[in-house]
Design a binder for this molecule. Sequence first.
Ligand code: PMP
Length: 286
Amino acid sequence: MSRIAYVNGRYLAHREARVHIEDRGFQFADSVYEVCEIRDGALIDATRHLDRLERSMGELRMPAPMGRAALLVVLREVARRNLVRNGHVYLQVSRGVAPRDFPFPAGAAPTLVVTARSKNVAEAEARALKGVAVAVRPDIRWGRRDIKTTGLLANALAKQHAREHGAFEAWLVDERGFVTEGASSNAWIVTADGALVTRAADHMILRGVTRTTLFDVAAELQLRIEERPFTVEEARRAREAFMTSANSIVIPIVAIDGAKVGDGAPGPTALRLRALFHASAEATQV
Ligand code: PMP
């Protein structure tokens, strides 16, 4: 089946879908995005993703390409037209096309692109049951990581380093030695007394939608959450470590820069949170 992409009001063959060379997303990464899971034919946590999109656009004073209800229709339509039952829908909004100049252009219409892709569920499940390794890198990103922009070069460099060193994800570390988050995920550990630890969501990290929903799952399980920074050393000595994202949901981390976390086996808490995650998440049928 050939894939379909939505670009500025039109559903096009994916291979022919284009944006202009003077799009500010291309020129300046002046664009924001969301990735939403599709599971068993439903969009997962669409409300929280659209809330965050609105916040990202607001922080950048970027006009919305359309209202929220219309956006949701497009997301569902792209998922439907691509016959995605399990996978992801990707949405990007840029400030639009204008002659290349740094200040905001007057009157540019925002660009909206939406695509969807299926994933291999068995492969994702096998990865989660086995756990993954992470590689540690300095966090060299800008100071507004709370805004979900497409300025992802530092993330891409870190992820590439990880993959070249046998790791699935990179954990980024600030100048004081504390883990901020993963290249495309939030970072968590489980303490000896069973508390979940993740960094507070300030300007230094992205407030992951999966992270937010996991707070609800933890409440159901009566697990305590500590929002505070932790070092790589603390993570190595922790009972468990794991990552969260709309792409991965919850994946146990079994090694950090080649050193085992705990006994080197995927943590039971992480696997339990993964198993129960979708009971707490919002599902919107496509
Ligand atoms: N942090 C970063 C830097 C990310 O790119 C992502 C994934 N987009 C996340 C955290 C996790 O966010 P979410 O749970 O909303 O996918």
